[in-house]
Design a protein around this ligand. Structure first.
Ligand SMILES: [Zn+2]
Length: 66
């Protein structure tokens, strides 16, 4: 399934960890809690961070440097 996205200042649909789509900052949010803007980069969109613990996440290479 795809990852759930959530905009800040909206209540979280479920307790869990959300990751900033801009900088990857992870935030723990409780169910019904308003999601704050990213404390690091002020982005307002998060995605559910529920990837499997094994295998690691997406590779963070030196590419994609804007
Ligand atoms: Zn961020």
């Amino acid at each position: 399934m795809g990852t759930e996205r959530i905009a800040s200042l909206h209540p979280s649909p479920a307790e869990g960890r959300y990751k900033c789509t801009q900088c990857g900052f992870e935030l723990n949010v409780k169910k019904g809690q308003l999601v704050p803007p990213c404390p690091r980069c002020s982005a307002r969109e998060f995605e559910e961070s529920s990837g499997p613990p094994s295998g690691g996440s997406a590779p963070e290479g030196p590419a994609q440097c804007q």
